[in-house]
Design a protein around this ligand. Sequence first.
Ligand code: GRG
Length: 303
Amino acid sequence: KPQSSFLFPDFDFKEYLATKADKVNQALSDAVPLQHPTKIYEAMRYSLLAGGKRVRPLLCLAACELVGGEEAAAMPSACAMEMVHTMSLIHDDLPCMDNDDLRRGRPTSHKAFGEETAVLAGDALLTLAFEHIAANTRNVSPERVVRAIVELGSAVGSQGLVAGQIVDIASEGQRVSLDELEYIHVHKTAKLLEAAVVCGAVVGGADDISVERLRKYARCVGLLFQVVDDILDVTKSSEELGKTAGKDLASDKATYPRLMGLDRAKEFAKELVAKATEELSYFDATKAAPLFHLADYIAHRQN
Ligand code: GRG
């Protein structure tokens, strides 16, 4: 564990995580009530309420509260992040993309509801995300609400997640350089984590300098998230070897450990935590503790 000025004996991060995740889950359920036409709402709720770590909403709420905003101001944005994340998983799992059968320990959306409904559930969650921020953000100036919507749009579209996905698909079976791998990861994964933090800060009332510091923090944490994912893929694969061949070893997908070696990938992860933490040092340490612990949690998670 890195020693740090953000460790406070009376801050219980586990308790913080559990409490905030409960609130996010409740808000997500309220945002997507079961109604007519039930088929689409069942599919939306099935994927949205299937568990998941809720990292993006938690980053959004923590950034808002760090800059002095109320949790409630960021809740619609926090939910929107999870709606977009969930829809990207639904579409990523489709037969025309990764063709996966399982997600979050359950059958994927298209396995449970059929392909047409899975595509539409993704479409509905994507559009609802933007509507939800616009319609339900309270006590925040319209200018800040618009900034949050623009931030999310640019993180998700053809300069964001979609860009990462199309480049990833195009690179299949190709030799991928470290720069190309970083492009894919930054766009597929880091952009949405960045939007989560920036939207939280913006609706929380942050000044421009704070927004940019938190953006830098989020870029490091976003890349860290994917580097750790790649490392877990390798370590989990070798643990499972003997039972079934690990996924990463079975495919020839480019990952950080493959391109730079496992030890260097672990070093890189440490450097990213240090850089993220450095950006937080400009803020009050007590208030920045949640974002510090979230970075630490992302670095040390086991799934
Ligand atoms: C977003 C418009 C739009 C289209 C989708 C399919 C696609 C374009 C992009 C794929 C994006 C993708 C699947 C990125 C991987 C993201 C990632 C690291 C997922 C794992 O996230 P966790 O570990 O999962 O936070 P849980 O289940 O905990 O939420």
